[in-house]
Design a binder for this molecule. Sequence first.
Ligand code: SAH
Length: 349
Amino acid sequence: MGKKPFAFLRKSVPAPIVIAVSSGIVVCSFIGLSVPMFVAAYSEKVASYEEVVAASMTEETLRVTGHSGSEEAGFRYETLPGILKYDGPRLAQSMPIGTKEAWLSWMRRNRNDNPVFLEERWEWAQNLVITSELGRPEDVRAFLLTPREHFVRAQNKGLEYADTWLPIGYGATITDPDVVSMMTSTLNVNPGDKVLEIGTGSGYQSAILSYLTKDVYTIEIIKPLFIETDAIYKDLEKSFPSYSVINRKLGDGYYGWEEYAPFDKIIVTCSIDHIPPPLLKQLNSGGIMVLPLGPPSRQYIMEIVKSEDEDGSITLSRRDVYNGVSVKFIPFRDEKGSSYSSPSVENTQ
Ligand code: SAH
């Protein structure tokens, strides 16, 4: 089943308005209605993001690295589970994905999934391949192995495989599967990569990552959400040992996880208008960071590749993975609940 061009745009964003920029033309979608119109050039904004990134690279801002906000606020909670019986990339590799029948039969023999969801998960993953948001076979396998039904919360029963973001309580959301797949593909995770996620939320993104590498770290700032998702992982570990490699921390992800740095890949799942310097510092040379970058009203999913020369100078290359299509994420907040992004005149919601 194919998707209409740009159909995913209307589903990717937790707001009724989606803006797509293509050759200077913007398509505004309002609950399914598309109205083309002309707007000011988007390139100016990219330039201002570049300035923010450049400013982030000064010695002064890099000095904040190492500060742990969570300890200062008086709470620190980490779960570093022992590896039970890791069934990550090797297990994924052995799973046939050539036909639905072969896959279903393998899943029924090898996995503890609720069979009710299997067919739906297969069709859904095929759509992500058709839209090119999932490309590499290892990413397709990771999506096929991850039981989204355990991460979507009870109030959204029936929507486990819907192409939409969903609320998970505490003002947070489980990200739209289109965007999760695009961000995961962009990260290009290889076995052995050390990956850090900022914004554990439902736990779904890190569950996917655990089928790509056994070195997964994730940080969540909302305590009750952290505890809830931690309990989900602990429960699932009995049937899905991969989740035992997901190291969880309650705290402010702006400062990364210095103890386990550097990371080969960093995925930020809350929105911010600059690259947090501590995260950039904790990214390995040659490493990739994927984040929703932009003002509070809308962001662009950016791939940042860091390369560090012998003399210590850092070069960043940036790519807007949706090529001008904006998304809207939950804000990146500090422990007082304030957004790390500067208030913007664009933020009218
Ligand atoms: N990756 C999640 C998406 C969750 S939405 C998933 O797969 O479900 C974004 C999450 O980022 C929210 O849970 C929010 O609480 C969290 N967040 C916001 N600011 C944060 C911060 N400073 N540190 C860590 N997490 C943060």
